[in-house]
Ligand binder design. Structure first.
Ligand code: CDP
Length: 215
């Protein structure tokens, strides 16, 4: 099977940016698995599905009509790339991601991204559940303050307002839920390399990952 580099970690640790840059450097494809959970949340919200109804939410996940085209994320043909970045959608994503049947529904869809010459996959359980045989697993962390500042900047760039104190609280709650859930809790794979990006630039972090890959 083609090689996979998995990049897991808590919210706003920079996984998405690093995954894209590493994929670009290697000429590989990229899987933003969080986007699939965010898309499920958005679809649930838009079609009025009861978010407490596990099986109904799993059905939405199963039937999700999505396409990734460059920067665009299409849900039923509509570009929702900016919409799914809202903190509120992230929070609902984290809620529905705790449901086993939802995770099951998205499993094969994620594995289908594995293509030659390789894949960089970012999320929470890429190294533990989705691609347990990945030859390089990164667990990307950063202190919560650095992550809140990055997320705030990212949201403002997308035209959403962001209050740092609110963000800190929302991120802590989300991390807590992701870490303590029964299904695929956020933990480093036993064979993952932990990288702390708190005081690293994007370029430096990409370099660390590429060096680990070539060593
Ligand atoms: O960008 P951020 O890290 O905040 O979030 P994300 O990676 O887009 O993921 C949104 C939510 O989806 C997370 O809080 C997780 O609960 C869930 N998720 C997951 O359970 N498993 C994944 N592989 C990816 C995301």
């Amino acid at each position: 099977a083609p090689p996979v580099i998995t990049i897991d970690g808590p919210t706003a640790s920079g996984k998405g940016t690093i995954a894209h840059r590493v994929a670009q450097a290697l000429g590989w494809s990229v899987l933003d698995s969080g986007a699939l959970y965010r898309l499920t949340a958005l679809a649930v919200q838009q079609n009025g599905t009861n978010p407490d109804d596990e099986m109904a939410v799993a059905r939405v996940a199963q039937e999700l009509d999505v396409a990734f085209q460059g920067e665009q994320v299409l849900l039923e043909g509509r570009d929702v790339a900016a919409l799914i970045r809202q903190e509120q959608v992230g929070n609902l994503a984290s809620r529905v991601a705790a449901y086993g049947p939802v995770r099951q529904a998205l499993l094969e869809r994620q594995r289908a991204f594995r293509m030659a010459p390789g894949l960089v996959a970012d999320g929470r359980d890429m190294g533990t559940v989705v691609f347990p045989d990945a030859p390089l697993k990164i667990f990307l962390v950063a202190d919560v303050r650095a992550r809140a500042e990055r997320r705030s900047k990212q949201l403002k760039e997308k035209g959403f307002s962001a209050n740092l104190a609110d963000l800190l609280e929302s991120m802590r709650a989300r991390d807590e839920r992701d870490r303590t859930r029964a299904n695929a809790p956020l933990v480093a794979a036993a064979d993952a390399r932990t990288v702390d990006s708190s005081s690293l630039t994007i370029d430096e972090t990409v370099r660390v990952v590429l060096d680990l890959w070539s060593s």
